[in-house]
Design a protein around this ligand. Structure first.
Ligand code: NAD
Length: 333
């Protein structure tokens, strides 16, 4: 599908070098792009290079890359000077989830890049059509929603805003296959895009079950991990219904849908945790309590799992059955 796309001849830029900016930079380096990474804050200049180096070292250790980390770092320029973005064909904005900050960054990007360079935002939840109102050339602006850690995950949403040129989105969708992604093209802007809308529908019901005493947090989690979570790397919701019998779902929906939560307020359970300063494993206080050792081990286990689940996902790509039927086509599309 993408054999005409040569990443080495497509310079790209990343703006914002926090958690996601660093792993997105790592992903793009691994994919073969020359990358200019802009540090909007002086502090990023101190932290970004060691973080990216560490990601690459781990990727090397895990066999995700075979060249030395230095070979990739040679393709990376980290700077505070937006002028270095001049030749970039695609820019990934990964700054704080704040429209005013993102707008100020777009002004600096648009001042230096070519008119046909694409500008993308990794926003989690700001509508792309709203961000398009902050730029001068909205047709070349779109959402690219990554998931952490971006150099191991297969997820990516390519999101069109109201004014996005769909051809531009289709080209980016094709390019994203070169980044090791199995992307989703979101053709019409909607708040939360696809994956978050699905996830938040499930979060809402999880809070409903716990807050109303049907099950505890860890019982809900266990059910989720061993049912929903167990098969999702192979099959999405629609394939799952096909695999397990569509008619039964039709019957259950009729009676179950009216009983599901349609609560619109933020649940008290999460409100209390956040107001008490709880952040989750990062400060050992979330829905579960952690000792500092447990919190650290959960973070490490999460990273280790991201490599293991990636192996499984690669074994079962979306076209796994097509490939089994026509193995000679392997690698051709
Ligand atoms: N963390 C995730 O798992 C995740 C997942 C999907 C999308 N996102 C989105 O990605 C974006 C970045 O998230 P993150 O988790 O990397 O955040 P982060 O807090 O780790 O990094 C934020 C970065 O924003 C930049 N920044 C901060 N203040 C700035 C300013 N005044 N002007 C310009 N730049 C500034 C800096 O480079 C900083 O390192 C957000 O829009 C977030 O919603 C995050």
């Amino acid at each position: 599908m993408n054999e005409s796309i040569h990443t080495a001849s497509i310079p790209v830029g990343v703006v914002g070098l926090g958690l996601m900016g660093c792993s997105i930079t790592t992903c793009l380096l691994i994919a073969g792009h020359p990358v200019v990474a802009i540090a909007p804050l002086p502090a990023d200049m101190e932290t970004a290079e060691p973080r990216i180096r560490e990601h690459l070292a781990k990727a090397f250790q895990k066999g995700l890359i075979t060249n030395s980390p230095q070979a990739y770092l040679d393709q990376l320029t980290i700077t505070e000077d937006y002028g270095f973005l001049k030749d970039s064909r695609v820019i990934m904005e990964c700054t704080l989830e704040n429209v005013a900050i993102k707008k100020s960054v777009y002004e600096k990007i648009e001042a230096v890049v070519a008119e046909d360079a694409l500008i993308t935002s990794n926003t989690s939840a700001i509508p792309i059509s709203l961000l398009q109102q902050q730029v001068q050339l909205p047709a070349r602006f779109l959402g690219l929603h990554w998931s952490e850690p971006s150099h191991t995950t297969r997820f990516l949403e390519v999101i069109c805003g109201e004014q996005t040129d769909v051809q531009v989105a289709e080209w980016l969708y094709a390019l994203a296959h070169q980044w090791g992604k199995e992307p989703t093209l979101v053709r019409k802007d909607i708040r939360g895009f696809i994956a978050n809308r699905l996830m938040y529908a499930m979060y809402r019901e999880a809070f409903n079950l716990v807050e109303n005493g049907y099950a505890t947090v860890d019982d809900v989690d266990r059910a989720c991990r061993n049912n929903t979570g167990y098969w999702m790397t192979l099959a999405g919701v629609f394939r799952w219904m096909d695999l397990t019998g569509v008619a039964a779902y039709h019957t259950v929906m009729k009676d179950l849908f009216p009983t599901l939560s349609n609560e619109t307020e933020v649940p008290t359970l999460i409100d209390d945790i956040v107001k008490a300063g709880g952040k989750g494993v990062s400060n050992a206080h979330g829905f579960y309590d952690y000792t500092p050792e447990e919190a650290k081990l959960w973070q490490e286990t999460y990273e280790e799992f991201s490599y293991d689940i990636r192996q499984l996902a690669l074994k079962y790509p979306a076209d796994v059955v097509k490939k089994k039927l026509a193995p000679e086509d392997d690698g051709g599309s």
